[in-house]
Design a protein around this ligand. Structure first.
Ligand code: NIG
Ligand code: FE
Length: 429
């Protein structure tokens, strides 16, 4: 007869009959580098046992069945399909007003991102549309983007502010994010990006705006884990970035930096000096900077959806970064200007076709290494005993089919913190 204690050790949910269980196990302490990027720890005929929010057992389907007998346990039959960790989208700007579909047409007619910005469009038009919205409206529209992410298998997302560009509206965005954390199943890591661009009212005095961003830091601190700066053409200089980020570090923010998307203006040295957790974009990067970053623990977050959508051909040198031993993650950069796509499966395809990564490398970059990019690899990013049960079931039989059948949502079921939140491709409330 089972004791009460035994019952406490029993799972309350088991996913059985998994054709290919992609665990991504073994790299929770440090991100995957070099040949670790070529392993996914797959198990044939696997099963996963879940109790409450966590994974309590992983193994062969028949072994788990013998062990737990499957009495009084909710069973999900994966029907021999692929099961893997939920995607971690470690770089997005998902809270904004309006869209820029009109600009899209201008850009395909040959007008550049910068020409549109000069005419008061681009990022500044999104700032206008975001400032216009009430907090409740901002929450409603952003929540729809998060629904779409969850339906496409993203279980954790980093979201930056940055379309407010004054204290009131930056706080409004961060409060929207805080609200979404409560009302939405998706897990959110909030980042303050007051230094996204210089707002129109400070165009003639960017230095003064950089100072205002520094002054916002203590007030936004309760709402954000990370502080980020756009250190690039059209953004902030390395000197301004250093000033903002070092003030942020003193207040205990963790640091991220947008660098080398359009031009290399020297942001990487600042990231190294201040111990940033990630450098993001890296479309243009000097070999000497690659060497400088080695063994610093900085995760390189690559965003091929942006390069693709801006119709550029300067893709980040992912293969070289892997060869040199730098940890890399991939993300959408979901935003209305440079990547209005929030589907990590399509980003995996672009990582393969445009960055030259293998499907195995791209999946490592979209799960465990992306979890490292947000400082959460101890809890998410892989299917291992003791980790949070963030798991997706896909309507395919081999993970290589994710990038291959591209532009298709393969995700059938999403489990977040042990709870089924998407079933048969529909959200469950
Ligand atoms: O990461 N400035 C950069 N931020 C975004 C673009 C924002 C926009 O165009 O709205 C990026 O590419
Ligand atoms: Fe970005």
């Amino acid at each position: 007869m089972k004791t009460h204690k035994d019952r406490n050790l029993l799972p309350d949910l088991i996913i059985k009959n998994i054709g290919q269980l992609v665990t991504v196990a073994g790299s929770s302490l440090t991100p995957k580098t070099y040949s670790e990027m070529d392993e996914l720890g797959t198990i044939k005929n696997g099963a996963v046992a879940i109790k409450d929010e966590n994974i309590i057992d992983v193994g062969q389907s028949n072994k788990l069945e013998n062990k737990y007998k499957y009495n009084n346990i909710k069973i999900i039959d994966a029907c021999e399909k692929v099961v893997m960790p939920g995607f971690v989208d470690c770089h997005t700007h998902a809270v904004f007003g309006g869209d820029r579909a009109g600009e899209f047409i201008q850009r395909i007619q040959g007008i550049t991102y910068w020409e549109i910005l000069k005419k008061g469009g681009g990022i500044l038009s999104t700032v206008k549309n975001t400032r216009k919205l009430k907090l409740s409206e901002l929450i409603k529209t952003s929540s729809m983007h998060l629904d779409s992410m969850l339906l496409h298998g993203t279980t954790t997302v980093e979201i930056k502010s940055g379309y407010g560009l004054n204290k009131k509206d930056e706080l409004k965005i961060l409060k929207a994010i805080q609200n979404l954390k409560i009302i939405h199943h998706i897990e959110i890591i909030p980042t303050f990006l007051g230094a996204h661009t210089v707002p129109l009212e400070y165009k003639k005095n960017p230095e003064a705006y950089a100072k205002i961003v520094c002054d916002m830091l203590s007030e936004v601190k309760p709402y954000a884990t990370f502080c980020d700066v756009f250190c690039d053409k059209g953004g902030f200089s390395p000197k301004q970035s250093e000033k903002i980020l070092s003030s942020a570090a003193r207040l205990d923010f963790k640091l991220k930096m947008h660098v080398n998307e359009f031009e290399d203006i020297g942001g990487i040295s600042v990231a190294i000096k201040l111990g940033a957790m990630t450098v993001d974009h890296l479309d243009i990067i000097k070999p000497s900077d690659i060497l400088k970053m080695k063994n610093r623990g900085i995760v390189c977050v690559l965003l091929p959806g942006v390069t693709f959508f801006l119709m550029k051909n300067t893709y980040a040198p992912a293969k070289m970064l892997i060869e040199k031993g730098l940890p890399i993650a991939i993300a959408t950069d979901f935003n209305p200007g440079t990547c209005p796509c929030n589907n990590m499966q399509l980003i995996i395809t672009l990582a393969c076709l445009k960055l030259g990564m293998t499907p195995t490398q791209a999946i490592n970059a979209a799960t465990i290494n992306a979890a490292h990019a947000v400082g959460m690899a101890h809890r998410i990013g892989s299917i291992e005993t003791g980790k949070q049960a963030d798991i997706i079931i896909l309507d395919i039989h081999d993970y290589k089919q994710i990038p291959y059948y591209f532009g298709i949502n393969h995700v059938n079921t999403v489990i977040k913190k042990g709870k089924v939140v998407v079933e048969n491709k529909y959200l469950i409330n």
